[in-house]
Design a protein around this ligand. Structure first.
Ligand code: GLY
Length: 377
């Protein structure tokens, strides 16, 4: 069966979620209009900004990304206007600079990048290219993109696999291969140092920035060093799938499949990921966001496979989306976000919260089921 044939078997599910999105998102939008920050989470029914870094907070591209998703779905100008308002707000993050990090990929590919690719807006093109230059400026020529600032000079993190898409885009646009070479060098490093034999992934690898000797493999946002933080697994799953799509390098596809098989083996009991696949059995902490990201990756991966393998990945993605819809989504009118049960990090305080990127990926997956082939990445 083709991807289209499989997705059409679930038309009724897709249609019911689309109807709920069309009711929910005008509420989300109304509660955001006029705010002097970009929505990240919800408290007492109201949008809240990211906890640190002001407009440089790493998830600030996902809100305009959600607005572009809804614009694609409905064609309503109000979504486009809000996406453009948030994109313009992000200009102050460029000026702030000190707090910017490798997540400039998330921040600008989904805001100005989406704008340029959908409307041809030239100011948006320049913003996105500037972000690509900032990201490639974080490249350590020994073989990795530096994730964070401060003393974390040799730190690389699996999440960065998703930021590489900004670099692939920049090479495609400009014809300059440097960006793609940086991205592929980092992806090769991630395959070698992050992905384990069983398909699981480290969150962080700390390299000596002068020699690339591995100095440490901290727990990061997961349970412990050597454990499997579920969102890190989903970044790897979708990230390697996308690196394959942009480069056609077979090893990336093989890696994506290996990570996907491991991910599925860990969620197939009830399809909403635990925060860390290695957390104690009695601990039921979940991360719906990891599920939404993985679902997008699994759907894209199924398009790249044949027969039983395509079905296996597609069904896993569907199972996750159905579980999120029935057990993690809040479709009520007084709550502006969609997915609850998201966890920022295992040892942090933000457990069972809404997070704007969870909603972005959930909507992205539903758009795929609806037959939209536009890839924000
Ligand atoms: N570090 C990015 C995330 O929380 O997934």
């Amino acid at each position: 069966m083709t991807f289209d044939e499989m997705r059409l078997q679930h038309e009724a599910f897709t249609e019911s979620v689309l109807q709920k999105l069309k009711k929910k998102m005008p509420i989300a939008l109304k509660k955001a209009q006029g705010l002097d920050f970009i929505p990240y989470t919800v408290r007492d029914g109201a949008w809240q900004p990211g906890p640190v870094d002001g407009l440089c907070w790493w998830t600030n591209g996902f809100w305009p990304g959600e607005m572009w998703e809804m614009y694609r779905l409905t064609g309503e100008e109000a979504y486009r206007a809000e996406a453009e308002r948030a994109e313009a707000m992000l200009d102050s993050a460029f000026r702030e600079f000190d707090h910017l990090h490798h997540d400039v990929g998330f921040m600008w590919l989904l805001s100005s990048g989406a704008n340029f690719r959908m409307t041809g807006n030239d100011v948006s093109r320049k913003r996105t290219l500037l972000a690509a230059h900032l990201l490639s400026g974080r490249f350590n020529p020994l073989g990795f993109i530096r994730a964070w600032n401060g003393d974390n000079v040799g730190w690389a993190i699996i999440d960065c696999m998703m930021n590489l898409n900004l670099l692939y885009w920049a090479s495609d646009l400009t014809g300059d291969p440097r960006f793609r070479k940086v991205a592929m060098t980092h992806a090769n490093t991630a395959m070698q140092y992050f992905i384990r034999e069983n398909g699981s992934s480290n969150h962080i690898v700390v390299f000596d920035p002068d020699t690339m000797e591995v100095k440490d493999i901290p727990a990061g946002q997961g349970y412990a060093s050597g454990s499997s933080w579920s969102r890190g697994q989903s970044w790897a799953l979708y990230g390697f799938t996308l690196s394959y799509l942009h480069t056609k390098k077979q090893e990336y596809l093989d890696t994506a499949k290996k990570v996907a098989r491991y991910f599925i083996s860990q969620v197939q009991d009830d399809w909403i990921p635990r925060c860390d696949f290695c957390q104690p059995k009695e601990d039921d902490l979940r991360d719906a966001c990891a599920g939404a990201i993985a679902a997008c990756g699994l759907l894209e991966l199924s398009k790249l496979c044949q027969d039983g393998e395509a079905r296996f990945f597609f069904d896993a993605g569907m199972n996750i989306l159905q579980a999120l819809n029935s057990r993690s989504a809040d479709w009520s009118a007084d709550y502006p976000a969609i997915l609850t049960h998201c966890t920022a990090s295992y040892h942090g305080n933000d457990h069972n919260i809404a997070m704007n990127y969870a909603d972005f990926f959930f909507i992205e997956a539903i758009l795929k089921l609806n037959g939209d082939t536009f890839l924000f990445w």
